[in-house]
Ligand binder design. Structure first.
Ligand SMILES: NC(=O)c1ccc[n+]([C@@H]2O[C@H](COP(=O)([O-])OP(=O)(O)OC[C@H]3O[C@@H](n4cnc5c(N)ncnc54)[C@H](O)[C@@H]3O)[C@@H](O)[C@H]2O)c1
Length: 387
């Protein structure tokens, strides 16, 4: 493990040198978060479009701008932040690990499981930290729901509901050539948007036993190859069950709701509306009482511009990036490790697999007793249903 850097003459930690790869939409969230920290210097920006890296370096007073990861890694960095299209995450993370540089990667960790496992293993073998951006875990309300579950306020969580009804216009997909393609995006609403909420769902409900799903493209079919809509049924090893509904074809958007119900009947709902705003606990139901806050604040524009969504995420990017820098300095685990980020990727890939085969994908046995319709009853019911 590379030791946390210290200056030669004092015991004060020397400034960590950071490089950012990919200077598109989300990179400013990373750059500004690192620049806001003491003892951190953003030393270099990298983009295959060298002019884009140079323009951003000039705007933010960053010393170096380069057009290849190899040149970036020659600059003597401690941390690399990866803000490139999904399938390129693998090559950048592997190069950083080979250079002994800690790496913080945007979601999804990768677009397939072997690539993600290789990245996790390479970072472990190199002794560098691998963190993956899931900044919605840093919403205070997301942490509060997690604390409620940990305290037993919901008993054992047994039911989950995730609704992700977002709005994208065709221009969103055409603005960057990689969006909406299987090769360069790796998936649609599940891979790019819903993955944040699948991450929260599995954080709340634990390991997954079985996934069943369907995908389709309702609004953007003429413009993209990947799905704009998906549904999933997920069973967890605890025996908990959840439904997921996700789409970028809603107009106006309805945002995101995640509802968890526990074995004692209590429920809590976390909402993000409009997209990009801080998650809020909009419903608490327990002991015969419901406390609800409005899900939709009055007068809010539901279809938010992408730049406004990304801008609104900055506080939580800053929180996760601050934690990552502390993890590097103090040799702690990143809040979301590569291994943790693999979990949401496995779930969404299982939805694709299930949609392709028409069969559920089994990960592990569910532990608790399942309610089974007896065969004699099933014969009667199914015959009636088909009649
Ligand atoms: N955490 C979040 O909420 C959030 C929000 C938006 C985007 N993202 C993620 O951030 C990543 C980037 O998304 P974006 O919207 O900023 O994309 P973008 O298309 O706006 O920017 C990507 C940049 O990477 C550059 N690039 C491509 N391949 C490269 C390579 N091999 N080396 C160096 N540069 C390369 C491109 O030229 C482009 O400038 C994606 O993984 C996306 O899912 C996360």
């Amino acid at each position: 493990m590379p030791t946390p850097p210290r200056t030669a003459t004092t015991d004060a930690p020397r400034a960590l040198r950071v490089g950012i790869v990919g200077c598109g939409n989300i990179s400013a969230n990373h750059l500004e978060a690192f620049q806001a920290l003491d003892s951190v210097t953003v030393a270099a920006l990298c983009d295959v479009d060298g002019a884009r890296a140079a323009a951003m370096a000039a705007e933010y007073s960053v010393e170096h701008a380069v057009d290849s990861v190899e040149r970036l890694l020659e600059l003597g960095l401690d941390i690399v932040s990866v803000c490139t299209p999904h399938p390129t995450h693998q090559q950048v993370v592997l190069a950083a690990a080979a250079a002994g540089v800690h790496v913080l990667c945007e979601k999804p960790i990768a677009v397939d499981v072997p690539a993600a496992e290789q990245m996790v293993q390479a970072c472990a073998e190199a002794g560098v930290k691998l963190g993956v951006l899931f900044q919605r875990r840093f919403w205070p309300a997301a942490a509060e729901l997690r604390a409620q579950i940990d305290s037993g306020a919901l008993g054992t969580p047994v039911l989950g509901q995730v609704s992700v009804l977002l709005h994208r216009e065709h221009e969103y997909y055409s603005a960057a050539g990689w969006r909406g393609t299987w090769a360069a995006d790796g998936g649609g609403v599940l891979m790019t948007q819903a993955i944040h909420y699948l991450d929260l769902l599995q954080w709340y409900l634990g390991d997954v036993a079985r996934v069943q799903g369907e995908v389709n493209t309702y609004k953007h079919g003429e413009h993209i190859e990947v799905e704009d809509s998906a549904t999933a049924l997920i069973t967890f090893t605890s025996g908990a069950m959840a439904t997921v509904l996700a789409s970028t074809s809603a107009d106006p958007a309805l945002g995101v709701q995640i509802r968890i119900t526990g074995s004692n009947g209590a429920s809590a709902e976390l909402s993000e509306f409009p997209e990009g705003s801080d998650g809020r606990l909009t419903l608490q139901a327990s002991e015969h009482k419901i406390a609800a806050r409005p899900v939709h604040p009055a007068g809010v524009d539901a279809n938010v511009e992408l730049s406004r969504i990304n801008g609104a995420l900055k506080d939580h990017h800053r929180a996760q990036i601050t934690q990552f820098v502390a993890a590097v300095r103090e040799d702690l685990e990143p809040a979301v490790t590569g291994r943790e980020a693999l979990k949401s990727l496995r779930i969404l890939l299982a939805v694709y697999e299930s949609a392709r085969t028409g069969r559920p994908v089994d990960f592990a046995p569910a532990s608790n007793q399942r309610t089974i319709v007896p065969p004699s009853v099933a014969d009667r019911l199914y015959t009636t249903a088909r009649a």
